[in-house]
Write a protein that binds this ligand. Structure first.
Ligand code: URA
Length: 212
């Protein structure tokens, strides 16, 4: 698994405001949106393109457009939904699938409670969206889910990642064939006993959508 930390002052600035507990929900959502647009730039660096001919007002030339099948963007419910708009603004022709996963707060293992994805993801480049890579269990399960359906290239996009989660993810995807990439805004210090990222930003789903 390749890991890319999007080391950029604008990203660090926006992440700092996102972490701040005084940041209210509307601002948190807007910052998430902006961060995802910046991360999407790195995440799609290897998106497949096909050449096609156009005519400018001056001459004929050859350009590129996104290849088919179109990229598949998969937010992991609930918190990943907060990343969808930013990603779709950058890749508006992508298709969207949904994966509902929740972690058991005692075992910290991920469990799938909903999915809306094509059965066949053959030749699809998939972009998994989840703000927090904490234990790595949810993303590992989601990646295996996509691989079982034939995805042949997977990029996970997270705002923050814990070193422990990255290691777990690395181990759990080590044997699989399609390339797996992680693009993240920052790697934080550690996980605490409750499975929260430290310093982190708290519960991303709650901060995006309120406590339920
Ligand atoms: N999920 C969150 O929302 N926050 C964390 O810190 C870890 C997992």
């Amino acid at each position: 698994m390749r890991v890319h930390v999007a080391d950029h002052p604008l990203i660090a600035h926006k992440l700092t405001y996102l972490r701040d507990q005084r940041t209210d929900t509307p601002t948190f959502r807007r910052l998430t949106d902006e961060l995802v647009m910046l991360l999407a730039y790195e995440a799609t660096r290897e998106v497949r393109t096909a050449s096609f001919d156009i005519e400018t007002p001056v001459t004929a030339t050859t350009g590129v457009r996104l290849a088919t099948p179109k990229p598949m963007v998969v937010p992991i419910l609930r918190a990943g939904l907060g990343m969808l708009d930013g990603m779709m603004r950058m890749v508006p022709t992508a298709e969207v699938g949904f994966l509902g996963m929740v972690r058991n707060e005692e075992t910290l293992e991920a469990h799938t409670y909903a999915n809306r994805l094509p059965e066949d993801l053959d030749q699809r480049q998939c972009y998994l969206l989840d703000p927090m890579l904490a234990t790595g269990g949810t993303l590992a399960a989601a990646i295996h889910y996509l691989v079982e359906r034939g995805a042949d290239d997977i990029t996970a996009v997270t705002l923050l990642s814990a070193p422990e989660g990255i290691e777990t993810l690395r181990e759990r995807v080590a044997g699989i064939e399609p390339p797996v990439r992680l693009v993240t805004g920052a790697i934080d210090e550690r996980l605490n006993e409750q499975g929260y990222i430290v310093p982190g930003l708290g519960d991303a789903g709650d901060r995006l959508y309120g406590v339920v």
